[in-house]
Design a protein around this ligand. Structure first.
Ligand SMILES: Cc1cc2nc3c(=O)[nH]c(=O)nc-3n(C[C@H](O)[C@H](O)[C@H](O)COP(=O)(O)OP(=O)(O)OC[C@H]3O[C@@H](n4cnc5c(N)ncnc54)[C@H](O)[C@@H]3O)c2cc1C
Ligand code: FES
Length: 260
């Protein structure tokens, strides 16, 4: 069940010019609510007119040992800029956890799991990888970025499985887009999970459909309320228009119109 909570910032590390990793915990050491991979939080930034609406941010990781929630934030506009300026000890109001979750497969539905993240879409893939590992799977990760400097948290990902990378400028991993990577030609995957820019996810969905691979995508439609009231996150699906914030953000590609 979703809750509105004040959490305290324990750490805010600048990972590069555009990204920061914010760690938050409860002020009274009470356990964080249960959160599942694919879910997101709505962050109340402050009361200035440009950041009046909460900003949706994926659950990047939940560190049960330290009772910390991690948020990987890419600075885009005022809201994310303000988040990047959070200091240790700041109190942040969050609505959490929101949305549905990626499906953890059953053991007999296949073991070859590929998690594809592009840009800030790598954020939910870390927690998904951690949860899959906890369930006995060894997922593979395929992470795409413009250049080496934008590939983040690689050592964290490597704790849960093999990591493959592409960069558009060829500065790390294979040059090109994630869908060009040789691992897609060399391995027959049973499931693919993906989050990133829409054109990337559509290309992944097409690849999965042609190759008859089960595939879930996490949509990052622009959101305001985060709980089904404002209708600004609507996506057309085979079952009609749905709200990404409540019916998603995770969808099996069979439900979307992308592969029609
Ligand atoms: C379910 C979900 C999970 C997300 N997870 C993360 C995450 O883990 N880390 C992260 O950094 N960001 C994430 N985002 C995107 C993040 O919510 C937006 O970047 C943020 O709201 C922008 O706020 P802002 O005030 O900085 O920029 P604004 O001033 O609100 O917007 C600046 C520009 O970015 C555009 N924009 C705003 N929201 C989005 C969006 N969702 N997608 C594309 N363009 C947008 C606006 O149209 C505008 O042009 C997620 C979005 C969704 C819906
Ligand atoms: S964000 Fe308001 S209905 Fe989805």
């Amino acid at each position: 069940m979703k809750k509105m909570l004040d959490l305290v910032v324990t750490q805010n590390d600048k990972l590069n010019q555009n990204y920061c990793l914010i760690k938050l915990t409860t002020p009274d050491s009470s356990p964080l609510p249960s959160m599942f991979p694919g879910q997101f939080v709505e962050v109340k930034v402050d009361s200035s007119p440009s950041t009046y609406l909460r900003r949706p941010i994926s659950v990047n990781y939940v560190d049960k040992a330290t009772n910390e929630l991690w948020l990987l934030v890419q600075v885009i506009g005022d809201g994310t800029q303000k988040m990047s300026e959070y200091k240790q000890g700041d109190i942040v109001n969050l609505l959490l956890p929101l949305g549905n979750t990626f499906t953890i497969p059953s053991k007999d539905s296949g073991q070859e799991l590929l998690l594809i993240g592009g840009g800030v879409g790598t954020a939910p893939m870390l927690y998904l990888g951690a949860c899959l590992k906890e369930k006995g799977f060894t997922p593979m990760f395929l992470l795409g970025a413009r250049s080496k400097n934008d590939l983040l948290q690689l050592d964290d990902f490597r704790q849960y499985g093999e990591v493959y990378c592409t960069t558009e400028d060829g500065s790390f991993g294979e040059k090109g887009y994630v869908t060009d990577h040789s691992v897609l030609k060399n391995t027959k995957f049973s499931s693919i999970y993906t989050c990133g820019p829409k054109p990337m996810m559509m290309a992944v969905a097409k690849y999965a459909n042609v190759n008859k691979i089960n595939c879930e995508v996490s949509l990052e439609n622009v959101m305001a309320c985060g709980f089904g009231a404002c209708l600004c996150c609507v996506e057309k699906t085979r079952e009609g228009n749905i709200c990404v914030c409540t019916d998603g953000p995770v969808f099996n590609i069979e439900k979307l119109t992308w592969i029609d």
